[in-house]
Ligand binder design. Structure first.
Ligand code: MLT
Length: 388
């Protein structure tokens, strides 16, 4: 019998966080437990009907049944450019500074293959979306994790990184609004990061997937590309997933520095054949006409957020009030590690939350709640948490 050994890059890799949570969830559900899933950040609200209608019309056109353009329809890239201009006052050239993605995860996972050589240093601010270090490792990069701590509002201390490290670094990964901590970035932080990156020739990868879920119209999250000089060094990943409840559709974009965009495009030409054009045409409609719907989603998330914050505090679980994102980042109750608390909660009550340490060691002592069930279910979840 032939024996097939996994490549080293996979053999040492822990199970993907959300796949592992899913596995345990299925196990508990099989025992007849009523599961409340506050784990993965997968919006429960449906995609607005006008986007589905647009998909239906576009899917009927034979021209859309053939291979799409690798970097995306020019009309989609133009819609992204118009949206960035309207939302962030950022100018983007749709020919050179935008590439469409099969969801931002795909682009984030492929990006290091374009710019990281074996042994190159990649800095990841952590807790972090697990794909940044894993994808960097697939490209042979050495990952340096720098901690995001509550006392510094979950912004990395850039001065704590010495000049030798900056000189060696190839990529700096950042993500605001932050998953999992729900922290937002300030203009001063972005300016300092951009200045460091320009000084030391470092690429900034900023994951902006959650900029549209915010709770105060006067504190809208920023694009890093609003920062003077950012286009010299930064690529920003964005997605229609969380904004328009389109996680299953797989559509996103990377925008910014043209060399970085082109490098990613080159990898993608060799790996995939673009996004189904009907999905891109539906995406254009979302970007053009989605804002009134997104406004309603924000209101729903706000009600859920306010409920959860109050209810957790009432049972002596401390947590930050998020200004953006679909997450609440909370301290695990005394006496539990993140993994112990999450495992006990799931096995004894059927409530799924994500352990903070699943996002890297600096997340130890925390757990993440995803606001992706309705308030009645959130009430039930908090009541079960209180029984532990
Ligand atoms: C999360 O739950 O952290 C994210 O939703 C996962 C993802 O977007 O891939």
């Amino acid at each position: 019998m032939p024996e097939f050994k996994l490549a080293d890059r996979l053999a040492t890799l822990p199970p993907y966080l959300f796949a592992e949570i899913d596995r345990v969830k299925q196990e508990v559900a099989a025992q007849g437990v009523d599961i409340i899933s506050l784990g993965i950040g997968d919006p429960d609200l449906p995609t607005p009907q006008f986007i589905i209608d647009a998909l239906y019309e576009s899917a009927k056109k034979p021209v859309n049944h053939r291979y799409p353009d690798y970097i995306g329809l020019l009309t989609f890239r133009q819609a992204v450019a118009d949206w960035y201009k309207e939302r962030f006052n950022v100018d983007l050239d749709p020919h050179k500074e935008i590439v469409s993605l099969i969801g931002s995860k795909e682009g984030i996972a492929h990006f290091p293959l374009a710019f990281v050589n074996p042994g190159d240093l990649v800095i990841v601010a952590s807790p972090n979306y697990p794909v940044y270090p894993v994808a960097s490792g697939f490209a042979g990069g050495e990952v340096l994790t720098i901690p995001l701590v509550e006392e510094n509002d979950y912004l990395p201390d850039l001065d704590a990184i010495d000049d030798d490290t900056w000189k060696k670094a190839k990529i700096f990964y950042t993500n605001y609004p932050n998953n999992p901590t729900a922290a937002t970035a300030t203009p001063e932080f972005y300016q300092k990061l951009v200045d460091k990156a320009r000084e030391f020739n470092v690429i900034i990868v900023q994951d902006a997937a959650y900029t549209e879920v915010y709770y105060d119209d006067n504190k809208k999250p920023l694009s890093i590309l609003e920062t003077p000089g950012a286009k010299e060094v930064a690529i920003e990943f964005h997605s229609l997933s969380k904004t328009y409840n389109m996680t299953g559709w797989r559509i996103g974009m990377a925008v910014g520095n043209e060399t970085l965009v082109a490098g990613l495009g080159k990898i993608k030409e060799n790996c995939d054949s673009g996004i189904f054009q009907a999905v891109q045409e539906a995406g254009i409609e979302a970007l053009k006409h989605g804002e009134p719907y997104v406004k309603e989603f924000r209101q729903i998330y706000k009600e859920r957020r306010d409920y959860v914050i109050d209810a957790l505090r009432n049972i002596n679980i401390s947590c930050r009030v998020p200004e953006a994102s679909i997450y609440v980042w909370a301290n695990t109750p005394k006496g539990y590690t993140s993994a112990e608390f999450v495992s006990k909660l799931l096995r004894e009550t059927g409530v799924v939350v994500t352990p903070g340490n699943g996002f890297g060691a600096p997340g130890e002592g925390y757990f993440r709640i995803s606001l992706t069930v309705d308030t009645d279910r959130l009430k039930e979840a908090v009541s079960r948490i209180s029984q532990l």
